[in-house]
Every structure is written in C-alpha cells, then in structure tokens.
Design a binder for this molecule. Sequence first.
Ligand code: PLP
Length: 455
Amino acid sequence: MSDLDGLPTDDATIRALDRRHVFHSWSAQALIDPLPIASAEGSYFTDYEGRRYLDFSSQLVNANLGYSHPRMVAAIAEYARRFTTLSPTFANDARSEAARLIAEIAPGSLNQVFFTNAGAEANENAFRIARLHTGRPKILATYRSYHGATHGSIAATGDPRRWGTEPMAMPGVVHFWGPYPYRSPFFSDSPEQESERALAHLRDTIMVEGAGTIAGIVLEPVVGTNGILVPPPGYLAGVRALCDEFGIVLISDEVMAGFGRCGEWFAVDHWGVVPDLITFAKGVNSGYVPLGGVVISDEIAATFAERAYPGGLTYSGHPLACASAVASIRIFTDEGILEHVRTLGEQVVGPELEKLAARHPSVGEVRGLGLFWALELVRDRATREPLVPFNAGGAAAAPMNEFAAACKQGGLWPFTHFNRTHVVPPLTVTADELHEGFAVLDAALDVADRHCTGA
Ligand code: PLP
C-alpha cells in the first residue's frame, strides 16, 4: 500500500486530466496536447504506447546525467530519509558541502553561493547583487539570449519571450548585439574581426548609456537556446576588460552552458575568463530536484559582510536539492564526464554533423563544442535565408514542424528553435547512441531539404 497507489496509468486518462487541470508554460492552453511519458532511463524516455525516444534535447538541456542515474536516485532516497525540508536560517551538511564543491570548481575567487530554485531566480538575484554592489541601476544584456521568466530575468531576455511582458518588465535593461559570425550584424569576414567589431559596439553602448549608470553586463558565454553561438576568439576576454575599465560587474549566465555541457565545469573556463558572478541551475544536479544559484566573488560578497543582503527564498539551499548536487558533482568526477563530453564533441559529434552538412543542402552551418551543437537550417546556402522566418508560427513554421515530426517518427526527440535543431543529448550519452541519433537526423533532413530553393 502506497500513497501513490491509484495514480493514472494510461495515456488517455493522463492526457484528459492534464488538459482539464494543468496550465502549461508558454502555451495557448487549448492548442496543445502534451505527450504523457511513462518512464525514462539513460538517454531514452518511453511513452505509454511503448514508443522509446532517444533524447537529443536532455529535456530542456538540463538532464545532463541522463535519466534515473542509479547513484543520483540512491543519494536522493538516502537524504530524503534524513531531511526533506529545512529553512535557510539553519546550517545544513548537504548545503555546506554543495557550496564548497561549487566554489572549488568555480574559477577565480568565486567562493560563496546563494542558492535558488532555478535559473530565472539566479539571474534575478545576480542583478540585485550587481546593483547593490555598484550602486548603479542598469543591466546590459544581449538580444540573442534567454535569462528566465521572472520580472528581471525576462526583462534581460533578448528573445521574443520577453515581448508578452513588456512594458511591465523590470526597467533599466539595455540590449546590445553579441557576436554571431554566421549572421553578423557587424559584417565581418574573420572571427577576430567579428570580435573586435562586437566589442566596439559594446563600448559604444556603454558610452552612450553612461558607464556610471551600468551595474552589470549579463551574457551567456555560449548562447544556448538562441543559437549555440560560440564566441569568437577574444570576445569574452574583451567584455571582461570593458567591465574592468568601467567598474561593471560581469555576470556569466551558465544556466545552460555550465556543468559540463561545453566540456568544462563552466563555459568561461574554455577562454580562461573569470566573471564576478556566475549563475547556474539545470546541469548542477540534472534537474532531479529543482536547484539553481549565484556563485559570488569574494570582493562582491564583502559588500554584504556588514550590510544585510535584501533577498531570500524559503527554499534557498533546499537540503534535498543540495544533496543531489553533491552527488552529481561527485558522479561527474568519478565518471570522467568532462573528458567524455570533450572526446565525444571532438571525435564524434563535430565530424558526424559535418558529414550531414555535406549531404544536405538545408544545413547552412554546423557549430558547437562539447555536447552543445546546432545545425542552422536554411532554404538557400548562398543567401543563408533561414528555413523558416524569425519567430515563425502557424503555416510559416511548417518546414521545421515537419522536420521535428520526422525525428520523432524515427524515435529521436529533437530540440528545435526557430530555424535550428540543436544536438544537446545527456552528457552520459554513448557514441553508439549518438550514431543512432544521427541516422534519424539524416532521414529527417531529407524532409528539410525539400524546402530548399537554392541550387
Ligand atoms: N538562463 C539560461 C541561459 C537558460 O537557458 C534558462 C532556461 O532555459 C534560464 C536562464 C532560466 O532558467 P529556469 O527556467 O530554470 O528558470
């Protein structure tokens, strides 16, 4: 006898209850029909009809250790027997150890952690910390970004998900353009020049906004949902230098790019750049229990040594979530996850995606690193016209919807956004599983090719 006895066990009942009672994110409620999922293990999940999907999305790019990792499940069950709830006013073994481990893997002197429930709250608090530390009001953020759906995080978000909240979102955010060599607003023909021009644009933005009004610059070091945009050489170091020159706090939003996704603990480690604040969530514990946070430099933490930090959350440092983060970081180390990601990225994903690009005219560009890759799908390679227009919906989005449907038909769950498909499987994925997924992508790209108009 269990208190979970009687949960619905069939597809139809779960769907019906969902449609009647569950209000879903980002959706017109009457136009969706979410697929009920029965179980998940490793890199796969299975629906109630017994169809198994290889997950090339890691859910929302968070299931970094895959599903039902036995050590994660055991650690959560073990800790649940001790504490499932404890307020942030107490100290707690799992929280202390999770913070110590995160400080240990974070670069530079980022030694303190403010825990949140997820990524949006992490950015929300990073903005508050930057504003209080500098005494300045503004946050600069890139147009091609997503930072979360709370008041400040959605204001900082550059993509169209911000539109529905305007003009009520947090005031004081100014957007600028980060580099994007394939579709550059800076018209460069070399990555170095792209960096220089993007940095010149940022310097101009700082000048006209007034350096003395800017508390922080937030950016995703490798832009995630908005395109897997790997910064060209020198860009992140250049942003760091501008922040130093003008006394601006550099906030690296590593919610998606961090915790191994790029083959390093944090994406900034690739370029040896040390931010003042790092925000994290998702991969910190693969979402087995909700958790996020801000890693804070010693210098900024000192601002709040004698002055109270005016922010908090009932679940800041939730013991069960922190225990799962401890387990996750130990598993990463014991299983050599970072090396595995680097090897697969360099030896399997990059070369295999290039082969797909050579076969399919709809692939305009392949880019990425670690297990964080994108195929940019186009109608015409010469003009780079996207397969579907920016933020397309309805009939205009049909080519991407057909592509995604072909992937699912073949047993692959893709991550699609605008005219791109991202390859973002669990970091525990095997080379064989990747090859299985690429075979499905190969067939699905035939569907995209049919929309090509170029020679
Ligand atoms: N920052 C980045 C880069 C993200 O990708 C996301 C979510 O996708 C967030 C912040 C928001 O995180 P959450 O949905 O956990 O609030």
